[in-house]
Ligand binder design. Sequence first.
Ligand SMILES: Cc1cc2nc3c(=O)[nH]c(=O)nc-3n(C[C@H](O)[C@H](O)[C@H](O)COP(=O)(O)O)c2cc1C
Length: 173
Amino acid sequence: MKKILAICGSTRKQSVNSHILHHIANQYAGKAVFTLYESIDQLPHFNPDLDTDPLPATVIHFRQLIEDADGVVICTPEYIFSLPGSFKNAIEWTVSTTLFTNKPAALITASSSGQKAHEALNLVMKTVGVQLGEKGSLLISAPKTKLTIDGQVTDAATASAITELMDDFLSIL
Ligand SMILES: Cc1cc2nc3c(=O)[nH]c(=O)nc-3n(C[C@H](O)[C@H](O)[C@H](O)COP(=O)(O)O)c2cc1C
């Protein structure tokens, strides 16, 4: 089975973005092997001076997970009309590599509004070279009205949009 790395852009324990990634991992459990990366807060602040041997252990681990994955799914909130700093920091740790070049990806923004972060997510991930399918990305606005507090996706349109995105993503792996 193909290996998928699911990167959560939120550091919150009860994160709705984390819930969406768990929903996807459960739904596609028989079709791919998912590794959830919910540790962006463990990465140090990116500094080009630190981007040299020996690399911080958490960075080595993060890069290895990307390298080993056949594709990545990202789900992130919007903070102050942009990507959360912790998530952007994680991506900055890959800029000196080619790890995302031609890596199949599915991009999700789940946030109260989320439009600006969604644009940024598409721009940033295309800039580091990911390959998107026809659907490519999905914006889920007001996600807290579409999932239960324990992460069940109750909104049928949202569940169906996630399935469309993921089916398209799996077809390009
Ligand atoms: C510091 C901060 C800034 C935020 N800024 C925005 C924003 O600009 N746009 C937006 O849609 N939501 C914003 N939100 C609300 C988040 O969308 C909401 O808290 C979301 O549930 C966070 O995702 P999570 O549940 O995965 O942590 C902000 C939340 C925080 C904590």
